[in-house]
Design a protein around this ligand. Structure first.
Ligand code: PLP
Length: 407
C-alpha cells in the first residue's frame, strides 16, 4: 500500500491569498463600477529592461544555430554569470566570495525551500515571526516540527519581530542550530544594521550554528550604511549561506533566475561531530536534482551587470521606491506608525485593529487591496503589508483614497 508523508497533513492550508481573492471578487460583484487598486502583491509590475531583453533575444537566436547552440550547461551555472555576480555583488563590497561558491538556480523560493534537505531532521530551527512562509512550510514537510497549536508549530523556536525590537529579531535564549534571517524583510520591510548582523554571526560561530540569509530585496537598500550581504560581516563566510534573486532587482519573477552562495569554508557536522563541507553537500544535491537554468535566461541575467543594465535596473528600483515614499508620506500624515518603505518595497503598517478588519475597511471604503499581516504569523496580527509594486498613477490614486477613508 502506498502511504503518504504525513508531515504534509500538519501543514496549515494557506488561505491568505485565496481569502484575499475571494473578498476582492465579492467586493467587485457588489461594486461593479469601482476600480480596485491592488497593493497587496509582491510581484513587480514593470517589464524587463531594454538591455536585458536584448541579451535575452540574442541568446535565444544563438540557440537556433548549430554553431552557437547550447545543450545542457553546467548545473551550477555558466561561468560568465557566476563571475559577473561575484565581482559586482560581493567583491565590489569587500566580500571575498568566489565564482565557485555561487550556484545559479531558477528561484530563491526553490533554494530557500530545498536547502533544508542537507541538514539532519533533529536540528533546532529558529524562524522569524512574521515570516516568508517557505522557510516554515518546508521544514514542516521534512518533519522538523510537531503539530500546529495556538497559531504555531511545536518544536520550533520562533523569533518575534515586533515594535519592541524594531522588527529585527534578537538572539534566542535557547541554543539553536539553524537560523533563517531575511533583510530587507518580507513582509515587514525592516533592515538590519551591520552591528545587528554581527551579533547573529557571533552567535552562529559560538554555537556551531548556521545562518540562512535571504537577501532577495537587497537592491532596494538606499542607505549606504546598511549591509546588502551577510558576507560584509567578518567571519560570516564560515557560518552563513546567502540567497539572492533576479526577481525583484531586475523583474525576473516570470523569467526565473536566482542564486545561492555556499562558501567553501562553511561546514555542518556529522553525528560524530566531524565537520563536513556544505559546499560539497549542496553541490551534490544541486547536480543530482537540477539541470541548470536555460542559457538565454542566464545571458539575460548577466546583462543586469552591464553598465546599461545596472542603470536601467536602478531606474526601475527608483520608480518603485518613489511609490514607497508616497505611501510612507501618506501614512505619516494619517498618523499611522509603520516600518519599511525606506530600504524596501514593503511598508508594514500598524492598523491599530485586527489585520482582516483593517483589510476589509480599506477594501470597502477605498477599494484598495493590501495584505493582512496575520497571514505571515502570529506577530503579524494587527498589521497590514502594503507593496510599492504598482504604477505611480495607481499609487497616487490609492493614497488619495486612503487619505479620504482614514482621515
Ligand atoms: N525570498 C523572499 C523573502 C521573497 O519574498 C521571495 C518572493 O516573493 C522569494 C524569496 C522568491 O524569489 P524567487 O522569485 O527568486 O523565487
Amino acid at each position: 500500500m502506498i502511504t503518504i508523508n504525513e508531515n504534509y497533513l500538519k501543514l496549515q492550508a494557506s488561505y491568505l491569498f485565496s481569502d484575499i481573492a475571494r473578498r476582492v471578487a465579492r467586493f467587485q460583484d457588489e461594486n461593479p463600477d469601482k476600480e480596485v487598486i491592488k497593493l497587496g502583491i509582491g510581484d513587480v509590475t514593470k517589464g524587463l529592461t531594454p538591455t536585458v531583453i536584448n541579451a535575452f533575444h540574442k541568446a535565444v537566436d544563438e540557440m537556433a544555430d548549430d554553431a552557437t547552440f547550447r545543450g545542457y550547461g553546467p548545473e551550477q551555472g555558466y561561468e560568465f554569470l557566476r563571475e559577473a555576480i561575484v565581482q559586482n555583488d560581493f567583491q565590489s563590497r569587500g566580500a571575498n566570495i568566489t565564482a565557485n561558491e555561487v550556484f545559479i538556480s531558477d528561484g530563491a523560493k526553490c533554494d530557500t525551500g530545498n536547502i533544508q534537505e542537507i541538514f539532519s531532521t533533529d536540528i533546532t530551527i529558529a524562524i522569524p515571526d512574521p515570516v516568508y512562509p517557505v522557510y516554515l512550510d518546508t521544514n514542516v514537510m521534512a518533519g522538523r516540527t510537531g503539530i500546529f497549536e495556538n497559531g504555531r508549530y511545536q518544536g520550533l523556536v520562533y523569533l518575534d519581530s515586533t515594535k519592541e525590537n524594531n522588527f529585527v529579531p534578537t538572539l534566542p535564549k535557547e541554543k539553536v542550530d539553524l537560523v533563517y534571517l531575511c533583510f530587507p524583510n518580507n513582509p515587514t520591510g525592516s533592515t538590519a544594521t551591520k552591528e545587528e548582523l554581527a551579533e547573529w554571526v557571533q552567535y552562529a560561530r559560538e554555537n556551531k550554528a548556521l545562518i540562512l540569509f535571504d537577501a532577495a530585496y537587497e537592491a532596494f537598500i538606499q542607505n549606504t550604511d546598511i549591509p546588502k550581504s551577510i558576507y560584509e560581516i567578518e567571519g560570516a563566510d564560515e557560518v552563513a549561506l546567502e540567497f539572492r534573486s533576479f526577481s525583484k532587482n531586475a523583474g525576473f519573477t516570470g523569467t526565473r533566475c536566482a542564486y545561492t552562495v555556499v562558501p567553501e569554508k562553511c561546514v555542518a557536522y556529522d553525528s560524530e561531530g566531524n565537520p563536513q563541507s556544505l559546499h560539497a553537500l549542496w553541490n551534490r544535491r544541486h547536480c543530482t536534482k537540477f539541470n541548470g537554468v536555460s542559457y538565454p535566461v542566464q545571458k539575460a541575467a548577466a546583462a543586469v551587470y552591464s553598465p546599461e543594465g545596472k542603470q536601467e535596473c536602478k531606474e526601475r528600483i527608483d520608480y518603485y521606491m518613489k511609490n514607497a515614499q508616497l505611501i510612507c508620506k501618506t501614512m505619516d500624515e494619517l498618523g499611522y506608525s509603520y516600518v519599511g518603505g525606506e530600504n524596501s518595497p514593503y511598508i508594514w503598517i500598524d492598523g491599530k485593529t485586527d489585520s482582516w478588519e483593517f483589510f476589509d475597511m480599506l477594501l470597502n471604503k477605498a477599494a484598495v487591496v493590501c495584505t493582512p499581516g496575520a497571514g505571515f504569523g502570529k506577530c503579524g496580527n494587527g498589521y497590514i503589508r502594503i507593496s510599492a509594486f504598482n504604477s505611480h498613477e495607481n499609487v497616487e490614486k490609492a493614497t488619495l483614497r486612503l487619505t479620504e477613508a482614514l482621515s
